[in-house]
Design a protein around this ligand. Structure first.
Ligand code: IMP
Ligand code: MG
Length: 177
């Protein structure tokens, strides 16, 4: 294990089982709706790839890139760095995020995309950290609730590192202090 990780919080096997469950749920809920998955880069990339392979309905996908975060605490400001390449009017949008933390990013994004008149917007997040919520946003699909610790792996980073870990781990505090 990489030396900077204090402990494994969620194992590869647990992630696989839970992502499959959410994929099956989305399959049931979006039959004949041709949803568009909108991944929020870069943290979504592994979750989205695994999730979509468990979704057995016709669908499309796109990505957005936003920045709201540097280091381990949210700045509160959200900036769109890459927007969608297509119209979502009348489409069923499923936003795919790595973690719902303060909720600032997702409530901004949901509001922003609602302005384009989609048929619906739902949120699928790998992790939910409710202890730090600042806005009243809830995830429609969430794989795991996590405690108020900084976690990395399976797409999630600390200063762009650790995204490649196949599990979710807690970073040693001395790494970021
Ligand atoms: P929010 O706007 O505070 O909900 O922050 C959402 C973004 O912050 C996520 O998409 C992550 O990129 C980042 N983030 C929040 N908590 C963590 C964490 O524990 N580890 C890694 N990234 C995190
Ligand atoms: Mg992110």
């Amino acid at each position: 294990m990489i030396n900077d990780i204090e402990r494994v919080l969620i194992s590869e096997e647990e992630i696989e089982a839970e992502v499959a469950r959410v994929g099956r749920q989305i399959t049931e809920d979006f039959r004949d709706k041709n949803p568009i998955f909108v991944g929020v880069l870069k943290g979504c990339f592994i979750f989205m790839a695994d999730l979509m392979r468990h979704v057995d309905v016709k669908c499309t996908m796109d990505f957005m890139a936003v920045s709201s975060y540097s280091g381990t605490s949210s700045t509160g400001a959200v900036k769109i760095n890459k927007d969608l390449g297509q119209d979502i009017e009348g489409r069923h949008v499923i936003i795919v995020e790595d973690i719902l933390d303060s909720g600032v990013t997702l409530s901004y994004l949901k509001h922003y995309l609602l302005g384009r008149k989609p048929a619906s917007i739902t949120i699928a997040t790998l992790l939910d950290k409710p202890a730090r919520r600042k806005s009243d946003i809830v995830a429609d699909y969430s794989c795991f609730e996590v405690p108020d610790a900084f976690v990395v792996g399976y797409g999630l980073d600390y200063n762009e590192q650790y995204r490649n870990l196949p599990y979710i781990g807690v970073l040693k505090p001395e790494v970021y202090s």
